[in-house]
Design a protein around this ligand. Structure first.
Ligand code: SAH
Ligand code: TMP
Ligand code: ZN
Length: 408
């Protein structure tokens, strides 16, 4: 584990604004039959006084996080399948219109986005370090390279496949502390007038909705339009477009091009103005975010303790990576939430990291239905509530904590 006190991008001074203490790896589910020593790290967030980038103070070695048995499968959500089908469709109508065009996606997981590109017969390559999910993509006929995307990987790809018109990453670029190597890779691999597009949780939404559970080991950076613009400029690129997306509780899709190669859309300036009005880079904003985190912790804990004292059953829904920070920081274990229902095969039969709440299949949720369900996968609320409509019909209630604590 490396300690860093300087900004990983510009070398500026970091100002810490929240410390969650020691936390487990958010995707390291525990096998109850072979309980190994869990890996804990210090989870603390800071903002750079120069480039404004919000980042973790410590990074976890990537091999600990992104292993062969990485359990997260992107295709577990049908809403996300729709989202990535539309994303691929947009590329096919624009940058990938030419039949010989080429797209590289890093963090391609089980191929949720590239599936559409492959079916359209376009040249593509996924770069995915976790062998399990990479194999799931390959089984669908998608070309995948089992590697971490960085400078050396990009050099190998360009040598055999040529340059890419689009380099894309969803919920991945923010996971990578070593952005310098990634940008050098993008520089080598991207066509002169190509675009580098990435989408990640938006710090503006996290602050506005107190969705502090987005903060865990794999989320190293928390982007804003201003910090991404600064980062791009630092590496010879320019932020030319931004688009606010509703997925995963609010994300922004950033489009970068080589400096001076495209005219930035007016959306960039509009978002910069909005962030200024919100005071997103200001100390008092982050201080009130920190206060709201602790208020939410107190509120949620006392609600769950009251449920327990009144003899009401509470089950969790969605063993998300996010729920690791929520359960461990709020002190929520199996005594408050008896188990978590989740549709991911690799998570079922395990215990949640650190908090050790058993994870079971969604069938267990109805057998019998609990009084309350704490929706850890709040970003998939619509899809899950639709699937589990019977729960509410039978008098069950959902506990949500984003954008504030409420029961429906
Ligand atoms: N793009 C998918 C998956 C996001 S999960 C989606 O949006 O649903 C993040 C993925 O990034 C994981 O599959 C992880 O293995 C991968 N990843 C992490 N570091 C990476 C790197 N340096 N290069 C490529 N993929 C990486
Ligand atoms: P995510 O918020 O990181 O996408 O994780 C969502 C988790 O919720 C993942 O473990 C899969 C699970 N899930 C279900 O169990 N049922 C569902 O219908 C959906 C959409 C997700
Ligand atoms: Zn900085």
């Amino acid at each position: 584990m490396s300690d860093t006190l300087d900004c990983r991008i510009c070398g500026g001074t970091l100002h810490e604004f929240f410390d969650f203490g020691r936390q487990p790896l958010a995707d390291a589910f525990v096998d109850p039959n072979h309980p190994a020593q869990e890996y804990f790290h210090r989870l603390a967030v800071a903002q750079c006084g120069s480039c404004t980038m919000v980042q973790l103070l410590e990074d976890v070695p990537r091999e600990h996080m992104f292993r062969t048995d990485y359990p997260y499968l992107s295709s577990g959500s049908s809403a996300m399948q729709d989202h990535f089908r539309a994303t691929a469709g947009h590329f096919l109508d624009h940058e990938l219109r030419d039949l010989d065009s080429f797209v590289v996606e890093f963090g391609s997981n089980d191929g949720i986005m590239l599936d559409t590109v492959a079916r359209a017969g376009r040249r593509h390559l996924g770069v995915e370090p976790c062998a399990g999910v990479a194999e799931a993509a390959a089984a669908k006929g998608i070309r995948v390279r089992n590697a971490f995307f960085e400078e050396s990987t990009a050099a190998e790809i360009v040598a055999t496949e040529g340059r890419a018109n689009v380099i894309y990453a969803a919920n991945t670029f923010s996971h990578i502390s070593y952005v310098d190597s990634v940008f050098r890779g993008v520089d080598i691999l991207l066509d002169e007038d190509g675009i580098f597009v990435f989408e990640d949780p938006y710090m503006g939404d996290i602050v506005e909705r107190t969705s502090f559970d987005q903060i865990y080991d794999e989320h190293f950076y928390f982007f804003t339009v201003r910090s991404v613009q600064n980062m791009a400029a630092f590496y010879g690129f320019e932020l030319v477009d931004v688009e606010h997306l509703p997925v995963h509780g609010g994300e922004i899709r950033y489009t970068l091009a080589r400096s001076g190669s495209r005219t930035p859309s007016p959306e960039v300036a509009r978002f910069l103005d909005r962030e200024k009005i919100l005071g997103l880079a200001e100390r008092p904003t982050l201080e009130s975010f920190a206060t709201n985190i602790d208020l939410l912790r107190e509120g949620l804990r006392s609600l769950l303790v009251r449920c327990r004292d009144e003899g009401r059953s509470v089950v969790g829904y969605g063993a998300t990576a996010k729920s690791a920070t929520l359960t461990n920081y709020c002190g929520i274990g199996p005594e408050l939430v008896s188990f978590i229902a989740d549709n991911t095969p690799a998570k079922q039969g395990t215990l949640s990291p650190g908090s050790h709440i058993p994870v079971r299949s969604p069938e267990a949720f109805a057998d019998p239905y609990p009084d309350y369900a704490l929706l850890f996968a709040w970003n998939h609320a619509e899809e899950i509530m639709r699937k589990e409509a019977e729960f509410k019909r039978r008098g069950g209630r959902w506990i949500l904590y984003v954008p504030e604590l409420h029961i429906v």
